[in-house]
Design a binder for this molecule. Structure first.
Ligand SMILES: [Zn+2]
Length: 238
């Protein structure tokens, strides 16, 4: 079994990852604001320079430290899926991407996979050296593995923030064909040999099981508190 992905966790819930390359470190996602100090300290321990930030998508809990890191390291590259460029600016990120990504592109040892649904330009990254699939928020591992289109009473936010629930389920199903040895997500612990668990999660998402009354109630409350839309609460739209 290859080594577990190098993860920095914020508030016990939000993950970013370091990918070591010959020319430096690729940071996958940038957490919530304030994470920059821990990122820079952790990168420093690798003995390699921070080279680039590659975003799975442009939601607030994945872009928080981007502007601070770009200010601290003006030569950093910033990469985002081409269909999330507008979202990145709309979420208040001042930095401009230095490169936009689409499926089949390469970022060091990482291959880009188009995974639209959770956001319009959501992408995943497969490290072909060790089989780690950095899948962003298409799957969520809190409290256990599920597709982001399936509402969880314990952690409803990824579902409430999902752009297109049906497309997210379809995208999750395409990821079953990826020869992943590790699944590294935006939320929850990385999983080794993840494909059987991913398959169960996709089957569950594809079933028309409606969320329980309790799950709906929690999600409705959360979405009101957060001022979010509640398509996920109303049912499996899209
Ligand atoms: Zn997220």
């Amino acid at each position: 079994m290859s080594r577990a992905p190098i993860r920095i966790t914020q508030f016990g819930l939000v993950n970013t990852y370091l990918v070591l390359e010959d020319d430096g470190v690729t940071l996958i996602d940038a957490g919530m604001p304030g994470l920059e100090r821990r990122i820079l300290t952790t990168v420093q321990r690798t003995g390699l320079p921070l080279k680039r930030i590659a975003l799975t998508h442009a939601h607030d809990d994945h872009i928080g430290a981007v502007d601070a890191l770009m200010a601290a390291r003006p030569d950093l590259e910033l990469l985002v899926g081409e269909n999330d460029v507008a979202l990145l600016a709309a979420r208040g990120c001042r930095a401009t991407p230095t490169r936009t990504l689409r499926g089949g592109d390469h970022v060091g040892s990482l291959t880009v996979i188009d995974t639209p649904g959770h956001s319009p330009g959501h992408v995943a990254f497969l490290d072909k050296r060790d089989g780690t699939l950095y899948a962003g928020d298409t799957f969520v591992n809190v409290p256990d593995l599920h597709v982001a289109s399936v509402l969880s009473a314990i952690f409803p936010l990824p579902t409430l923030g999902t752009h297109d629930l049906g497309q997210t389920t379809r995208t999750a199903s395409t990821l079953l064909d990826v020869p992943a040895r590790w699944l590294a997500l935006g939320h929850g612990r990385p999983l080794s040999d993840p494909t059987p668990s991913m398959r169960r999660a996709v089957v569950d998402a594809e079933s028309d099981r409606e969320p329980s009354a309790l799950t709906r109630a929690v999600a409705t409350l959360t979405s009101r508190l957060m001022g979010m839309g509640n398509a996920a609460v109303a049912g499996k739209a899209g």
